[in-house]
Design a protein around this ligand. Sequence first.
Ligand SMILES: [Zn+2]
Length: 113
Amino acid sequence: MHEMSITRSILEIVGRQMAANNMNSLKKLTLRVGELTAIEPEVLRFCFDAAIKGTQFDGAALIIEEVPLGGRCRECAGEFRITAFDNCCPKCGSTNIDRVSGDELDIISMEGD
Ligand SMILES: [Zn+2]
């Protein structure tokens, strides 16, 4: 379950940010998670709730924005969702495509006091 170690690293970063901003409690944390990270949002939520119990983050709500694996065609510049690694452009059929999204794991916002 790699979500637990990911949760710990995220909370470490959040803790540092909170200290830097003189925040004592966390109310809401928003993350952007790409499809390619293989993170299950429900598992991440479960780990998050377990990890924050009894800590300065206790009671915080976790908001997860899921980002699908997106591609862009180099031939026609069309953008589309990649559903398999051998995918091709749905508009012109080219296999000359770039991956443009899906590997995100970002802290978007933190709210607290
Ligand atoms: Zn194309």
